[in-house]
Design a protein around this ligand. Structure first.
Ligand code: ASP
Ligand code: MG
Length: 423
């Protein structure tokens, strides 16, 4: 039996009927057994469902927003299938289930759990449509619910994988099917021990592809993107970019940590542990070489720029004439851990700790509430964080222009600033 390969297609690669036809062509030329396809929700569906959740939280009417998403999916089906095809009923059924979940009570306290029960529909419906389209075009495949494969704990929205149970389920459910048939499944979603839906964090489908590859001992993973591969800066935000032909696992992992959105941060580790290469390729130019992420002996010296938006700078100042010590650090970090907030940048002074974190619903207010008896707290929102790995002095100078810089940090290899855009 040959080794499996795993392909992951993100939202942009399935955003409309044309994109789905393009996906089919890419796949058709590369069909092999075993082969697993991990496919995201279509286009910006996950964002749109998040909007519905916000509307519901504000106790406003969300029915129009739901109807719009449903129509978008049905319109795609109209372009792909004949009128009487069974997919129309299947899609309508998924949206009924979505509405049923949405009608349940929601408040700040159960937000994360509620979110996961609702957000999964984006992936479920997109994979149902795509799998049906393969059959319609004569390629037989099996649709699997990824929640039956990926076991997690109950940390809703940021669930942790139970690797032992996931490996067992993959051996028992996925392996036998994949030996006979192409498998279409979802990324991002899993299930806890009580059978509740969970998710692995936004953009987590890359991670799912990597989990499946690890448990299957796959020969490779390919992530199909709207860029040529891994570039040294986001081409949507920076004019001049260069593509890496290859990149070491460590280097790639580090860039994702700083916020490079090309791959989900958790993707690399399982692959590196089993030496499974990860290819990042363009679904617009599928024959291009892309980038191969694997073990590379030579260190990269090309400057890389990563921009992270929607950042908050929070400063905790001691008020009792003591200096910052380990206990203060512990206090702040344990609260961050409880809120599952990752520190993107840290700076301490004699009397204060400053951290940069992602903007996340309710999190800042919870953080302040729990720590304002111990510190005087100040914060700034709407900030950007730029990281340059291997910077030149010219780049640093240029980066500082036209920005109100609130924090700056430089190490041997990395330059970082937190700023507000002027004007
Ligand atoms: N659809 C989910 C998201 O947009 C998961 C993914 O695309 O990776 O975050
Ligand atoms: Mg997505």
């Amino acid at each position: 039996m040959s080794k499996a390969i795993v392909f992951k297609f993100g939202g942009a690669s399935v955003k409309d009927a044309e994109s789905i036809k393009n996906l089919f062509n890419i796949l058709f030329k590369r069909l092999q057994t075993p082969m697993i396809l991990v496919i995201s929700a279509m286009g910006k569906t996950t964002n749109a469902i998040e909007e519905i959740l916000k509307t519901k939280l504000n106790q406003e009417d969300y029915s129009l927003k739901c109807a719009i998403i449903k129509d978008q999916h049905l319109n795609v089906c109209e372009s792909l299938f004949p009128k009487e095809h069974e997919i129309f009923e299947k899609v309508a059924f998924q949206f009924e289930m979505l509405l049923k979940e949405l009608h349940k009570p929601l408040d700040k306290e159960n937000y994360d759990e509620f979110y996961d029960q609702v957000i999964v529909f984006g992936e479920l419906v997109s994979t149902l449509i795509i799998q049906a389209y393969f059959s319609y075009r004569g390629v037989s495949s099996t649709w699997l619910d990824a929640r039956d494969l990926i076991s997690t704990n109950s940390e809703f929205r940021f669930a942790k994988v139970n690797w032992t149970s996931t490996q067992t389920k993959i051996n028992e459910i996925l392996k036998p099917i994949a030996e006979k048939s192409l498998v279409v499944t979802q990324g991002f979603i899993g299930k806890d021990t009580l059978g509740k839906s969970t998710t692995l964090g936004r953009e987590g489908s890359d991670f799912t592809a990597s989990i499946l590859a690890y448990c299957l001992d796959a020969s490779a993973v390919t992530i199909w993107k709207d860029v040529e591969g891994v570039l040294n800066a986001d081409p949507k935000k920076f004019k001049k970019t260069t593509k890496f032909e290859e990149l070491d696992y460590h280097e790639a992992a580090e860039l994702t940590y700083y916020g490079a959105s090309v791959i989900h941060p958790k993707t690399i580790k399982p692959l590196a542990n089993k030496n499974i290469p990860l290819f990042v390729k363009s679904f617009l130019r599928p024959d291009g070489s892309g980038t191969k992420i694997h073990q590379v002996a030579k260190a990269n010296t090309v400057p890389c720029i990563v921009l992270k938006e929607a950042q908050i700078l929070v400063t905790f100042k001691v008020t009792d004439f003591t200096f910052i010590n380990e206990q203060h650090m512990h206090l702040v970090y344990s609260e961050l851990e409880k809120l599952k907030l990752k520190v993107n940048l840290l700076q301490t002074s004699a009397i204060s700790i400053s951290i940069v974190i992602d903007e996340q619903l309710f999190k800042l207010e919870k953080l302040i509430l729990s720590l304002n008896s111990a510190f005087q707290i100040k914060y700034n929102t709407d900030l950007n964080l730029i990281t340059i790995k291997n910077p030149t002095s010219k780049m640093i100078k240029k980066m500082m222009q036209n920005k109100a810089v609130l924090m700056e940090q430089i190490t041997r290899t990395t330059f970082q600033i937190v700023y507000k855009t002027l004007g």
